[in-house]
Ligand binder design. Structure first.
Ligand code: ZN
Length: 284
């Protein structure tokens, strides 16, 4: 577990490089497990924890040792999801919502900015959400997370003229009928660049080649294309490169009990080598 720099109540942990900085930033928006007291959900805690990308921050903990920065959310994504637009809200389910809203398909399936259902069919609430509580979640958690990522990326771009950003996630070993890939067995990694819009092909190739040569099965943009954090700050033609990485949870954890498996350290060694490769690439 990454220890927060300031206090356990901070919504975001930022770990700066402990050696000469390189323009590489790793962020883990979904590994947080500090559940706010005002969540007020009816869902069983252990079930709720299955929405987390548990331990993903730990898998990338080597980044500061190679000059990269690491940012991790401390709050859970089911409370408010930093990998969604702050407008991805279904106003019809929020009492008194009078602000802008642009609900996407994700909101309609219960996984928008504010999750209302787990795995498409299990409700998180037996009450109506209020505009006031949603606005508090955005102000106190979503905005601080995005400020951390945006400010760090802008600082790297200003100093180096470019940045390489890896947005880090994990995925269930297989989905369900509500997922784009149904119940099919998933491969080891999915790397996404919004079909070429968020990264240079060279950076994409660096990451996919490294993982393939380490013996992993890697898919590109299938079934995931990337989401808000890789879309919002990327612009390859001005040196702003963002990739999303999804790690199959069966490679490192017990999905039911939310525990590290015996393979955890082996996978972390592979990812430490990947982080090192990215940091060397970013420097040149
Ligand atoms: Zn995730």
């Amino acid at each position: 577990m990454i220890e927060p720099i300031n206090s356990k109540n901070e919504p975001v942990t930022i770990i700066e490089p402990d050696t000469s900085a390189v323009p590489a930033l790793f962020d883990s928006p979904h590994s947080g497990s500090n559940y706010p007291a005002d969540f007020n959900t009816v869902l069983d805690h252990k079930l709720l924890r299955r929405a987390e990308d548990a331990f993903v921050d730990e898998l990338f903990l080597a980044a500061p040792g190679f000059g990269g920065s690491l940012i991790a959310a401390r709050f859970p994504r089911a409370y408010v999801d930093p990998n969604r637009s702050n407008l991805d809200i279904d106003p019809t389910i929020v009492e008194g919502w009078d602000s802008a809203a642009e609900p996407s398909e994700k909101s309609r399936s219960g996984k928008g900015l504010i999750w209302t259902h787990l795995n498409g069919d299990t409700p998180l609430y037996n009450r109506e959400l209020t505009a006031n509580e949603i606005k508090k979640r955005i102000d106190n958690y979503w905005i601080p997370y995005h400020c951390s990522v945006e400010n760090s990326l802008n600082a790297l771009h200003q100093k180096f003229g470019h940045f390489y950003h890896i947005n880090c996630h994990s995925m269930r070993a297989r989905g369900n009928t509500f997922d784009p890939d149904g119940e099919a067995e998933r491969c080891d990694f999915v790397i996404s660049d919004h079909e070429g819009k968020s990264s240079s092909p060279e950076f994409l190739n660096l990451v996919t080649s490294y993982l393939s040569s380490a013996g992993f099965k890697v898919a590109i943009n299938d079934p995931y294309k990337g989401a808000e954090l890789t879309r919002r700050y990327s612009d390859p033609k001005t040196g702003r490169h963002s990739l999303q990485i999804e790690i199959n949870r069966r490679l490192y954890m017990d999905e039911i009990n939310i525990e590290r498996s015996a393979n955890f350290n082996d996978l972390r060694t592979h990812l430490t080598n990947l982080v090192k490769t990215i940091c060397i690439f970013a420097k040149t």
